[in-house]
Design a protein around this ligand. Sequence first.
Ligand code: HPA
Length: 274
Amino acid sequence: MRETIAHIESRTSQRPRLAVVLGSGLTGFLSSVENPQEIPYSEIPGWPESTVPGHAGKLVFGTLGATPVAILAGRSHLYEGHDAKRVTLGVRVLAALGVKTLILTNAAGAIREDFTPGELVALSDHVNLQGTSPLIGPNDDSLGPRFPDMTDVYSVRLRTLARDAAAQLGFALREGVYAAMLGPSYETPAEIRFLRAIGCDLVGMSTVPEAIAGRHAGLEILAISCVTNWAAGVKPGAIHHAEVLERGRAAAGRLGDLLKLVVGSLAGPEPIHG
Ligand code: HPA
């Protein structure tokens, strides 16, 4: 990790305290970033390359309004064959560079019938069904504690800011529990019935490793899902990746507006946490 950090430090003098991870089809948000300074993942030593269509694969430093931000445009996933430590390298590197607040975004399937494709939903909690964690193995006490608390993974303060920002933009930001699955196959209808029965509202294949690594590092986290489809069996019809990407793209503008307001309110009277 030291080499990765040193490389990034040599490429930019920017040291943002806030980072955003962009999920499938959501990279349109990058157009909201001013004075972008881009570092392709392929140029960063030790960085796992994203292999999924729709993930641009670069680290972008810039400003959102007046706030310096780092954007991970494209993430790697467990289903690509990376282990959970590699999947979360970016979050840990950014934490080491001084990031205190982490905004995670993803595309998700709606388990709840009353969520609608195109809708943005804030995560209130998650269930990790990926069978792994970035924290397995000996604990690096310099990164965080052996047994981090997970009571408030998704900051109530940030969720409130996000809800207020959405109201300003004229839409309701509802909340849901996210089920993290390994993928890459979409779920079966029976799996979705199981996820509903255990209290999950949304389903996806990302975010949770980063949220665990982020909490371990003491970051304050907000996660927003863009509902791209109803989960398997919720409505008739199959799930197609192309449609998932298209829905994500269609929602990227609204997500960008929301994140700009949230980031603006963080930079306002109340200082960024930590
Ligand atoms: N399942 C899992 N991951 C997803 C889905 C889904 O239905 N939609 C977008 N990402």
